[in-house]
Design a protein around this ligand. Structure first.
Ligand code: SF4
Length: 367
């Protein structure tokens, strides 16, 4: 088995109620789940199911689909039935689609109180239908569509305003004794978003769906989400995450999973510990790290592989990893589970590491 030292958990999780989104538990002690949203027109059942299949293959655990029209609502039964992962219907403006989504067998419904006019009158009916079907509701407040009353009260979508909006909507459901709720309070600014979730975490025990909304193109959105989710998850706050990127949704899932792995909230898959290289490097570390990553892509065993440019930190890091190389003088010292097993010429470093990785997998009984 791998020899990686067990890192203690990053934080004690905030205690939240647990609910089920179809087969996926959210909240309580359930692992933090990764979700995304389709970009296809929901009414195009085949395209949507195809995208859901891609998301599932990338590790997405829950998928949300937008329901802006009757055609989209009509597509829900087929999508909910054929999707491999639970489907959440995302409803703005039209409460009637909430009922359609529940009837269609969706695993949950997301409503945005700021965008559903006369929503308050319908809460009792929605609570009853959701309870009868065992369907949780996400109250999804967004800075861009904050309830007009709160916008007038606070002047802009502050953290307090987002939280007040969410808790107000919760109180309407609570009046009908419905508590199968999770909440999001999204803002494009990670600082406001972090403040809002901290506040919310103190003021309720509902599970929290983390998101930085309109986070931007891939690079910026990745950084914003990683910083905001990282800060919150490191305080134990957050039960499910959605990274929003102006990029294909599979990328959102990859980033979401990588954030959880980085925080040790999910078992890391292949982890390459490679140095940034510097003036002391005696090999081309970038190429070596890339070749090792490519050679071990999709490797079935979680493995930490150290690829180090010289003997300064090389042997230390290589010893801590399951497998590693410390380079120097045109040679690579190969480490397995802390022991130097051989020294090979530079040209054989990559193939030797891959061979040794295969051997470790075999020893673990994984083909
Ligand atoms: Fe530089 Fe060596 Fe550290 Fe790599 S391991 S960054 S080459 S000192």
């Amino acid at each position: 088995p791998a020899v990686r030292a067990q890192t203690p958990p990053v934080a004690t999780r905030r205690k939240s109620r647990r609910l089920m989104v179809g087969s996926v538990p959210v909240g309580g002690d359930a692992p933090v789940s990764v979700q995304s949203m389709t970009t296809t027109p929901t009414a195009d059942v085949n395209a949507t199911l195809q995208q859901i299949a891609q998301l599932t293959a990338a590790g997405c655990q829950i998928v949300r689909v937008a329901v802006p029209s009757q055609d989209d609502a009509d597509a829900l039964p087929q999508i909910a039935r054929k999707s491999q992962i639970p489907v959440i219907a995302d409803i703005h403006f039209q409460p009637k689609y909430v009922f359609a989504a529940i009837d269609a067998g969706c695993a949950a419904v997301r409503v945005n109180p700021g965008n559903i006019k006369k929503f308050d009158d319908k809460v009792g009916e929605i609570a009853r239908a959701a309870r009868d079907a065992g369907v949780p509701i996400r109250i999804g407040v967004n800075a861009g569509s904050l309830d007009k009353r709160l916008l007038a009260k606070y002047g802009r979508p502050t953290a307090e305003a987002l939280v007040e909006s969410a808790l107000w909507e919760c109180s309407l459901f609570e009046e009908h004794d419905f508590r199968d709720i999770k909440i999001s309070v999204k803002h494009h600014d990670p600082v406001v978003m972090i403040q809002a979730y901290r506040m919310l975490a103190e003021r309720c025990d509902y599970p929290l769906h983390l998101g930085v909304t309109e986070a931007g193109p891939a690079f910026q959105g990745t950084i914003k989400s990683a910083v905001a989710f990282g800060a919150l998850l490191a305080e134990g706050i957050g039960d499910t995450i959605r990274v929003s990127l102006s990029a294909p949704p599979v990328e959102e899932v990859k980033v979401g999973i990588a954030i959880l792995e980085a925080l040790g909230l999910r078992e890391r898959g292949l982890e390459i510990v490679s140095c940034p290289s510097c003036g002391r490097a005696q090999v081309d570390v970038y190429t070596l790290a890339e070749e090792v990553s490519a050679g071990l892509k999709g490797f079935p065993v979680p493995l930490r592989v150290a690829v180090m440019g010289c003997v300064v930190n090389g042997p230390g890091e290589a010893r801590e990893a399951d497998l590693g190389v410390a380079s120097g003088n045109g040679k690579g010292q190969i480490f397995v589970k802390g022991q130097v097993i051989k020294t090979v010429p530079e040209s054989q470093i990559v193939e030797t590491l891959i061979e040794e990785a295969m051997r470790i997998a075999e020893e673990m009984g994984v083909e």
